[in-house]
Write a protein that binds this ligand. Sequence first.
Ligand code: SF4
Length: 732
Amino acid sequence: MSADRERKAAKIRHLLETEGDAVFENTTHVNAGRYETNSHRDDIDELRDAARAIKEDAIERLPELVETVKESVEANGGEVYVADDAADANRYITEVTESKGAETLAKSKSMTTEEIDVNDALADAGVDVTETDLGEFVVQVADEAPSHLVGPAFHKSTEDIAELFNAHFDPDEPFETAEDLTQFARDHVGEKIVDADVGMTGANFVFAESGTVALVTNEGNARKCAVTPDTHVAVAGIEKLIPSVDDFPPFAELIARAAGGQDIATYLSLLSPPVDSPVVDFDEPDEPLDASTDDREFHLVLLDNGRTEMREDDDLRETLYCIRCGACANSCANFQHVGGHAFGGETYTGGIATGWEAGVHGLDSAAEFNDLCTGCSRCVDACPVKIDIPWINTVVRDRINRGADAEFDWLVEGLTPDADPGGVDLQKRLFGNFGTLAKLGSATAPVSNWLADWGPTRAVMERVAGVDRRRDLPEFQRETLVDWFEARDPLPAAGDADREVVLYPDAYTNYVLVDRGKAAVRTLEALGVDVAVAPCHESGRAPLSQGMIATARENAERVADSLDPHLDSGRDVVVVEPSDLAAFRREYEHLLDDDRAERLAEHSYEVMEYVYGLLENGADADLLASGGEVAFHSHCQQRTLDVDVYTEAVFERLGYDVVTSDVECCGMAGSFGYKSEYYELSVDVGETLADQFEAQDVAQRELVASGASCHEQLGSLLPQASTHPVELVAPE
Ligand code: SF4
C-alpha cells in the first residue's frame, strides 16, 4: 500500500476506534428523528421545493440583496461590512473590539466564524473568547475542531465529556450525568455572557429587506450573546441573505427537522439589531443591567471568501443553497461511522463539505476527504433544499483528478481505454474502467479469475493500485447474459405480448451476476412481456464514481445510442442494477442533452418496479414463485429513487414475509470497499447491516439484496449467500 493510502487508512482506523461509536449514536439518533418528524407532515416535498426556489432566487439576486441589506441595517442604526476573505473579516472584527476596548467576547455557534478562524484572530488581539453553544464549548475546552456542522461534539460521549470537564474544571463533586454537565456549562457560559464586552453570533438567515438576523437554536445562548453585551457582531456568509421575512416560513419548518429531528427548534429568534431593548440581568429580568439603549452597536459582517466565484461556477453554485443543517452528514453511512474529523476539510464536514471546502479553501482541502463520498445519494433525500450533493462531489473529484498532472494530459491520451486525460491515478483508472475489465475477464474466464486471485497478483494489485487483498474479487462468468440470451431457442413471435421491453445488461449483470439477468428475463416473459436485451455498454456509473466525467459522458452516449432505437419503437427500458437506474434517472441529465436524458429517464424502470406495474395491470401473480421468509436490504440508490417500495409490494403480493433493513448503505458502494485505504471503514459500515441480519428472528430468513455491491458485502460478512429479489420470484 502506498504511504498516502496507509496514512489515510491509519487515520480512519484510529477514528473508528476512538470516535466512531459516539458519532454513530448521535448521527443515527438525529437521522431517525428526521424520518419521524418528516412523517408528521405530508407536504415536506412541497416545502423543500419552495425552499429551493427561494435559495435559487436569492443567489441569482445576490448583488442586489447585498445592497438592500446595507440600506436596511444602516437605517436600523447598524453597520454592514462585506469582507473579501478571512483576513479582511478578521481585521474588521478586531477593529470593532479594539474600538470598544473589549477584553472579553461571548460567541454563539457559527461555522462561518470557524471558517475564518476568528477565535485565533481575537486571541492575537488580546480578546478572551468563550464559546457558548454547549457542543462548541466542549470542543473549545478540549482544544479540538468541531466534527459536525450542527453537533460540534458529536464525536464525544457523555462519559468523554465528563472526563474532560472533571480534568479541566476540577469540580468539588465529579460530573457524571448529562444533566450535571449541562447545568455546569449553562451556569459557566451564562456568567461569561453577562461579563462579555462584545457578543458575536452567526446567522442562519439574514432578511435583506429588514436587516433581520434569524437565529435557530436549541439552547438560547445565541440570543443572549446578541442582546446582552451592548455590542453585537453577526458574521454570515453572503449566501445567508434571503429577500424578506416572507421567504422564511419554509425554512422555519424544515431546518429543525433536518438538523435535529425536531418539529420545531426550541429557540427561533428574529432580531433586527441594534435591538431596541436594555441589557438584561438574567437573575433579575425586571432589573436591566443598563437602562440605556443609546450606545448599542450592531455590525453585520458578510463574508465572501470565494462565494462570488462559487456563484459563477455552474457546478459549485448549488453549494450556496446549503442551510448548514448537517442532514447530509447524518444520512451518510460513512460519516455515521467515522465522523467529521475524517470526513471533512479545514472547516466543513459531511457530504456538502466537498463543495464548501473546494469553494472557500481550495481543492487541496477537499481532496483530503472527497473520496469518502461513495455517491450513494442518501444525502439527496435528506437535504431540505434538494442539493445534488453527489454531483458536486463528482465534479470536485474530477477537478482534483485533473489538477495534479494536467500539463501531462497528452502523455496518456489515446493509450487508455477511457476518455479521461492524465492526472487520474491508477486505482481510479482501474475501477473507472470496470466495464472493459469485466469484458476481458469474462472472455478469458476461468483463467482470469484464477490469475486475479493468485497471491502474487493480489500483492501487486494492492501495492500498485490499492486493491485490498482481504476483499474477494468478482468472479467473471464465461457465458455472458447477452450470449445466453442470443443462444436461446427463439421464443414464439411477440405478437401476443402485452408489453415490450429492452433489458439493459449492466456490466455486473452481464459478466458477473448473470443469474439475476436470466431471472429478470424469465420473470418478464412469464408475465407476458416481449423481452429484448441490449448490448452491454458500461453505463458510466463506474467512471463517475472515480470522478472521470469525460469517460462517463462517453459511456452515457454509447448507452443512449444503443437504447434509442428501442425507445423509438416503443419499448420500455428495464434495469436490474439500481445504481444504473440512478444513472439513467438522475445522472444522465448532467451527461446527455436534455431531451435524450429526459426520455430515457421517463421510460426506464427498475425490474421489480416493472413487475409491480405488470401485476397491478392484471398480470397473473400465480405464474411467479411465492411464499417464504425474507430478509431484504434495498440498495441506497433504490431508496433515493423511491423504488424500493415496489420490491416490498411485490413480495407482499406474492405472500412473502419480509423484514427490511434500515441501514442507509451497505458500505461497499461499488469500488469503495475494494480500496485498501477504505476497506476497514467499508467493513465497519457493512457490519451494521450484517448485525441486523444476524439477529435471532432474522438469521434463518432467505437473504435478498438488490444491488451487486450489497450482494458482495453481505457475502463477505455472512455465512449465507444473498440473491436478487427477481431471482426469488422468477419462475423455474
Ligand atoms: S447540503 Fe443540504 S443536507 Fe447538507 S448541510 Fe447543506 S442544506 Fe443540510
